[in-house]
Ligand binder design. Structure first.
Ligand code: PLP
Length: 455
């Protein structure tokens, strides 16, 4: 054939296609278009191996809070590598970095917390929380209390349990998921899910009523916990209406149901406070953190839990003789040292305040685009935002099939030097917390240009 492949033989792109099966990718389409190969990063920017520069408007995967190329984190990792590159916390062993980080996380938690347990990813952490919930219910002599509730469009990860908690079709389809015992309730997306004429307040009441009806239908004595992101991330950056969390938490309290706040995206400044729990006045029993905990420089996640949650688990370990759960690399000393240094940078450099200022600028700039024919809804809080794209504003509809318009704008942004993420037809913005207001303006002008090009 005389068609020229865009992928040169023996290039990094060709070898990627030959040898690398990608996460979250249409694997056959990848054989045609190949990867974008990123070579280095600096501040809010990354560079591909041809030298093209991009604003990393997703902070990698919602995670590189301090930006790319932070020298303090490299130095913290190097110091710990030299001193003790590996140890673990099984069978009464410990090490300095994991102790320091546990103390830091418990003491900085915005609600009284008691202990931190370490895992390597958000998925592992949520999976572990579910196992802890089952273990705890058995410890309390309530073996029937094992069901958990999560929401439509939630994202809690991809292991068998955490993918079951996730409420997005692609995480279930063809995987034979979700597991039994994971119940589903509605998402708090007012713009998409409100009934005609419904106020935000009435919508929030309806969502809380639906939650209560679900609990009553299943039997409150069978429902152990409710998992939720303070702001839904991968499900489309869904910021709930003002009264939503108060109403939901009242239902959880009424039936003595544990509340697990998945802070994997919200934690460490993203929503304009250190934790989403503060931004929305939440009272979780468990907070799950990862991503910005280490700015994803190394994999680490943590489960931060209160006394009510951990005491029965600790007692049960005494009865059985051990808490039979843990990961070889859980609380890895280099990852823990990097996480601790990263949290110090966020505090010392005032990155939460910067997220507030730059986030305000970002949201103002996006709202200024509301009149654009392709813009349906602009939503966000702190320094996380999304723009829902439409071709028919009144019907809130985009091109068929869903995701086409989002894909076009996302590709256009990449051509204009911005890496973003399309979630269906919503484009997410979640840049590093260090982004300056003038860098936000640069991002906004590239987005406006892209919208005009696609329109
Ligand atoms: N929870 C939330 C809220 C997330 O956004 C993610 C990842 O995007 C996860 C859990 C899963 O984390 P990981 O990809 O580290 O397993």
């Amino acid at each position: 054939s005389d068609t020229v492949s865009p992928v040169a033989p023996n290039s990094a792109e060709a070898r990627d296609i030959a040898y690398h099966l990608h996460a979250y990718t249409n694997a056959r389409k990848h054989e045609e278009i190949g990867p974008l190969v990123i070579d280095r990063g600096e501040g809010i920017h990354v560079f591909d191996h041809a030298g093209n520069r991009y604003i990393e408007a997703m902070a990698g995967l919602w995670s590189v809070a301090v930006g790319f190329g932070d020298k303090r984190l490299a130095a913290a990792a190097a110091r710990q590598f030299e001193k003790l590159p590996y140890y673990h916390d099984f069978t009464h062993k410990s090490h300095g970095p994991v102790i320091d980080l546990a103390e830091k996380l418990v003491s900085m938690a915005p609600v009284p917390m008691s202990k931190a347990f370490f895992t390597n990813s958000g998925s592992e952490a949520n999976d572990t929380v579910l196992k802890m919930i089952w273990y705890r219910s058995n410890a309390l002599g309530q073996p029937e209390r094992k069901k958990v509730i999560a929401r439509e469009r939630a994202y809690h990860g991809v292991t068998i349990a955490s993918a079951s908690l996730t409420g997005l079709p692609n995480n279930h389809k063809s995987f034979d998921l979700p597991l039994a015992g994971i119940l589903r309730t509605g998402s708090p997306h007012f713009w998409r899910d409100a009934l005609p004429g419904e106020t935000e307040e009435a919508f929030a009441t309806r969502r809380a009523d639906e939650l209560e009806q679900l609990i009553l239908a299943e039997g409150p004595e069978t429902v152990a916990a409710f998992f939720a992101e303070p702001v839904m991330g991968a499900g489309g950056v869904i910021v709930p209406p003002a009264t939503y969390w108060d109403k939901i938490q009242a239902v959880l309290r009424k039936y003595d149901i544990l509340f697990v706040a998945d802070e994997v995206i919200c934690g460490f400044g993203r929503t304009g406070r250190m934790f989403g729990t503060e931004t929305f006045n939440l009272k979780p029993d468990v907070m799950v953190v990862s991503k910005a905990l280490s700015s994803s420089y190394l994999p680490i996640s943590a489960i931060i839990a209160n006394e009510r949650f951990v005491a029965p688990i600790m007692d049960q370990s005494n009865t059985i003789g051990t808490f039979g759960h843990g990961f070889t690399a859980g609380g890895h000393p280099v990852a823990a040292a990097v996480a601790l240094e990263n949290v110090r940078i966020i505090e010392e450099e005032g990155l939460v305040a910067n997220a507030v200022a730059s986030g305000r600028r970002l949201l103002e700039g996006l709202h200024a685009l509301a009149g654009h024919p392709l813009v349906g809804e602009v939503r966000g809080v702190g320094l996380i935002a999304a723009v829902e794209l439409v071709t028919d504003k009144a019907a809130k509809k985009a091109l068929e099939p869903a995701g086409t318009l989002g894909g076009l704008v996302n590709a256009g942004l990449q051509a204009n030097g911005v890496i973003s993420r399309a979630m269906g037809d919503a484009i997410a913005f979640c840049p590093p917390l260090i982004i300056t207001e003038s860098e936000v303006d640069d991002l906004l002008s590239r987005f406006a240009l892209t919208l005009d090009t696609v329109a």
